[in-house]
Design a protein around this ligand. Structure first.
Ligand code: BTN
Length: 246
């Protein structure tokens, strides 16, 4: 007999439409159990990084997980790339497509961004938690003109409709497993896989106004860049453009 798709210790909520799955869990943060997840079919106010919005029409998959890790906040930045590895694994299993990761955590397929990840901390006594939000353009039918050079959907590349339920189950299962490993080792278990998926290494990069080349991913998931003036720096956060990718 097939195992149920969503067998996990913590609850999973399903919603057709929410404002934002991250906000949904934030509202539950005083009482929700560690690992509580929400999966939505659309968002009216999807949140992106750096205060941007995240386009979230029907056809996409929007999910968030609330976590209560007992560890130093300095370790948190490595959780985002680990989540990106979970998405790549799930897309490969369910859709048969191999994605890449544009450092630190955009998941790309066919040269376009098919997934964004936003990790937010909630502070305040019993509310204290981390919310990992994952938005995947699975069957997203179209994008506004300004996003077309950047954003794509899995379905556009594979040519078939993605089974959203199977994808959601696979993302959660992969994320749960990698999160358990991350609690133990800070992301070491996913590092080799992240390095093999990272699209920035060996490519021409633009960091702000500075040109450089991606050299390697460090043990802390930083991106080592050699700039055109010869200086080498390990980037720990920020936005990096990759030549040839949107
Ligand atoms: C980005 O690339 O800027 C990050 C986008 C993160 C979007 C996801 S969709 C599920 C979760 N809920 C949100 O409001 N945002 C994240």
């Amino acid at each position: 007999m097939n195992a149920p798709l969503f067998e996990r210790a913590a609850p999973v909520f399903f919603e057709e439409r929410v404002d934002s799955t991250n906000l949904y869990l934030r509202r539950l943060s005083a009482t929700a159990a560690d690992g509580t997840a929400v999966i939505a079919g659309a968002q009216s106010a999807g949140r992106g990084r750096s205060g941007r919005s995240f386009l979230s029409p029907e056809g996409g998959l929007y999910l968030s997980v609330l976590l209560r890790p007992e560890l130093e906040p300095e370790r948190l930045p490595t959780l985002t790339p680990v989540a990106a590895v979970a998405v790549c694994r799930a897309v490969e299993t369910v859709c048969g497509a191999r994605c890449g990761i544009k450092w630190p955590n955009d998941v790309l397929l066919g040269g376009k961004k098919i997934c964004g990840i936003l990790v937010e901390s909630v502070l305040g006594g019993e509310k204290n938690c981390v919310i990992v939000g994952i938005g995947i353009n699975a069957n997203t039918p179209s994008f506004p003109e300004e996003l077309r050079p950047i954003a794509g959907s899995i379905a556009a590349v594979t040519g078939g409709q993605v089974d959203l339920r199977a994808l959601a189950a696979a993302v959660l299962a992969e994320f749960d497993a990698l999160y358990a490993a991350w609690l133990a080792d800070g992301g070491g278990a996913a590092l080799a896989e992240y390095r093999s998926l990272c699209l920035n290494v060996g490519r021409e990069l633009l960091v702000g106004e500075r040109r450089g080349r991606g050299l390697a991913v460090g043990d802390d998931y930083s991106l080592l860049v050699r700039f055109s003036d010869g200086a080498e720096e390990a980037l720990r956060f920020g936005e990096v453009s990759v030549r040839g990718l949107y």
